[in-house]
Write a protein that binds this ligand. Sequence first.
Ligand SMILES: C[S@@+](CC[C@H](N)C(=O)[O-])C[C@H]1O[C@@H](n2cnc3c(N)ncnc32)[C@H](O)[C@@H]1O
Length: 253
Amino acid sequence: MESSKKIDPAERIQNALRELRASVRAYRRETGKAASPLLSGGAPMVSIRNELVVNSVCTAQREFLLPLVPQGGIACEVGTSTGFFARAIAMFTKPAELHTIDMDYSRFKDSYFEQDSGLPAPIKHEGRSWEELSKFDKYFDLIYIDAGHSYKDVTRDIEAASKAIKPDGYLMFNDYCRWSIEQAEPYGVLAAVNDFANENNWAVRGVALSGSGHFDILLSKNNDVMNARNKEQVEIWKTTTIEPPEKEPRRNS
Ligand SMILES: C[S@@+](CC[C@H](N)C(=O)[O-])C[C@H]1O[C@@H](n2cnc3c(N)ncnc32)[C@H](O)[C@@H]1O
């Protein structure tokens, strides 16, 4: 009788990584080409134009990008999960309206927005992100995109968001990277954002680093008026002390 040896889950990952690395090296040896296009989930390798980054700031965490956005506007988080970052958006941008979009609200914590929190109760939209976004026309001042992470999904969200955002509004993206260390899968956010910025002349206002390498990026339409306003907001940020909210034990997705 065959003995079925139970493999330790950590060992299974180490084995898979070893096998993947060997396959990547073999691919290069046998074809003379880099395997990166096979690991990118169909996302092109695209750099953002330099003039679109010169007015940007760099922050340590994503919460610190929020003071660059004017307060009291209409904000929307696309892909909200527990509502953890929707709460940060509410705390730091004090929106007149806070909208959230998700296809699954089972993990959402209404307790983040209880009456005594002083934060506005979110207006929840349930459904596919790009479909829900397409119901709005030049409505939002800030849209935070963190739903599907494939190149195709993010491109669809950006297309819908670019119509739902006001002409002087801001688009912000979580997971601005090409590969997820948390999911071990390609992320198309970096390529989709760079494509959009280059083609539509949107400038980077800030990039937030993170220990995991899942960066955030904040963009607005590139014009001189916005650049002047951005500088004023950077001054406000420099003189304001902001404590990021207490971290959740782990992110589910
Ligand atoms: C990474 S979580 C969001 C985390 C949240 N933004 C935060 O920072 O705390 C992604 C969420 O997007 C939702 N989602 C993924 N693809 C979606 C889509 N195409 N339409 C709507 N929701 C989607 C998932 O249900 C999940 O709750």
